[in-house]
Design a protein around this ligand. Structure first.
Ligand code: PLP
Length: 442
């Protein structure tokens, strides 16, 4: 769960989007491509085709509430200049893996700045948040397991067997954490969403010495905070690590946008590992892991998506450094984003729609069936607002929704436009309810 499907068709002219689709089915009548075409036909029949839609620089003239530009910095001249300066000095790419030629003094500066901003001892940047999550979960579980084994060799009376490390993962975690858990050779327990008692039970019942609890800090679709303080009490009590993905929290949650772990008083805890992306509030591209020196050392030595990946592009590092400067110099930005998110939620719930209470920048409006969400997304576009639309498997069946995101520079006029779009959605839902009572669909 947690995979974004904001690419859903918004009812534009060419439903196939700009990417060429196979046309000549006769060219490969018996080859492997036939199976791909058959699988594609099955997806089409199930309504699971996704479309890439090229947008113009001004988001096709629509008010963009679908992106993750949570601080509205993606066009900020200071970030653009940071990227340009980095390209002038370092060129266009990192030129190699971080362990070969890909570590520049710019990377070191960014890692120092991220760690300082987060109040943590160390940080390590990756070329995406996805890769940061893959490395964090796989490398830490593997190293915990071998540490367990060598500890046991040193002390044969040690109580635990060499059973795999346990990973406990919230059922609504982002796809990158789910994939990371799958890639790790850990034993996995998926717990109900935000269920601290279930986490505690899983940790208490384990037969391995080591365990990691992984959770989004702010859940990507619903926008709610994870119960981090309670989770940390439980992980500490059971001697486990807590890994918090701050993708939707960093830059938005907490008094200065230092993230949800910091806001929960866990910023300096050595048994808390934070992962993050540079692509949302920081408006660039890349990811990072923030934590204790032992964690960072483990990732450098063994994180496969660190070792075997080209280092973060200098332009991205330069833009992220500039974004951190802006965030430090403008501590009011995170609070302003949260206030705008609450206003969006108030508008939706004032219209009788089922809107979440936002803890960060994300507001979700649950509509139920996938067709209702797709139609509502299309109506919003017709009324000048681009929103993301989420359907199963990104959300549970019956919980398809629109996802709206706030940023500090949303004006009251913008909010009026959103109000008109959501009024059209509300009218559409009401029409459906009335017709449904008469046994017909809208
Ligand atoms: C919760 C969460 N974690 C990780 C990621 C991946 O980050 P990136 O886009 O930098 O790969 C995302 C991206 O959408 C996310 O929502």
């Amino acid at each position: 769960m947690g995979e974004e499907c904001g690419r859903v068709s918004d009812g534009g002219a060419d439903p196939r989007g700009p990417v060429p689709r196979p046309r000549d089915a006769g060219a490969d009548p018996r080859g492997p491509l036939r199976h791909l075409r058959d699988a594609a036909a099955e997806r089409r029949a199930a309504g699971l085709t996704r479309h890439l839609r090229a947008r113009t620089p001004d988001h096709d003239g629509l008010l963009d509430l679908a992106s993750n530009d949570y601080l509205g910095l993606s066009r900020d001249q200071r970030l653009i200049n940071g990227a340009i300066r980095a390209a002038r000095v370092w060129g266009t790419g990192a030129t190699g893996s971080r362990l070969v030629t890909g570590t520049t003094t710019l990377h070191a500066a960014l890692e120092g700045a991220l760690a300082a901003f987060a109040g943590a001892p160390a940080a390590l940047v990756f070329s995406s948040g996805y890769l940061a999550n893959l490395a964090a979960v796989t490398a830490l579980t593997t190293a915990l397991r071998s540490g367990q084994r060598s500890g046991r060799n040193a002390d044969p009376t040690a109580g635990h067997s060499m059973s795999p490390v346990l990973v406990v993962s919230d059922g609504a975690n982002h796809a990158s954490l789910i994939d990371a858990c799958r890639l790790s050779r850990a034993r996995k327990v998926v717990t109900a969403h935000r269920d601290v008692a279930a986490v505690s039970q899983a940790l208490a019942g384990r037969n391995s010495e080591s365990a990691i609890v992984v959770t989004d800090a702010v859940f990507s679709v619903t926008g709610e905070l994870a119960p981090l303080a309670a989770l940390h009490r439980v992980t500490r009590e059971h001697g486990a690590l807590l890994l918090v993905d701050e993708a939707h929290a960093f830059g938005v949650v907490g008094p200065r946008g230092r993230g949800a772990a910091d806001a929960a008083g866990l910023g300096a805890e050595p048994d808390v590992v934070r992962t993050m992306t540079l692509s949302k509030a920081l408006a660039g591209q890349g990811g990072a892991v923030i934590g204790a020196p032992e964690v960072i050392e483990t990732l450098i030595d063994t994180g496969r998506s660190f070792i075997f990946d080209t280092g973060l592009a200098p332009t991205c590092a330069g833009a992220a450094l500039a974004a951190l400067d802006v965030l430090s110099a403008s501590p009011e930005l995170p609070g302003r984003t949260r206030e705008r998110a609450r206003r969006l939620a108030d508008i939706a719930s004032g219209l009788g729609l089922d809107a979440s209470r936002p803890d960060a920048a994300v507001v979700s409006v649950t509509l139920g069936p996938p067709e209702a969400a797709v139609a509502a997304g299309r109506l919003c576009a017709e009324h000048g607002v681009r929103v993301a639309c989420f359907r199963p498997p990104s959300v549970p069946a019956g919980r398809s929704c629109l996802r709206l995101t706030a940023r500090p520079n949303l004006t009251d006029t913008d909010l009026d436009t959103v109000g008109r779009a959501l009024t059209a959605v509300r009218d559409y839902i009401m029409r459906g309810a009335v017709l449904g009572q008469r046994g017909s669909r809208p």
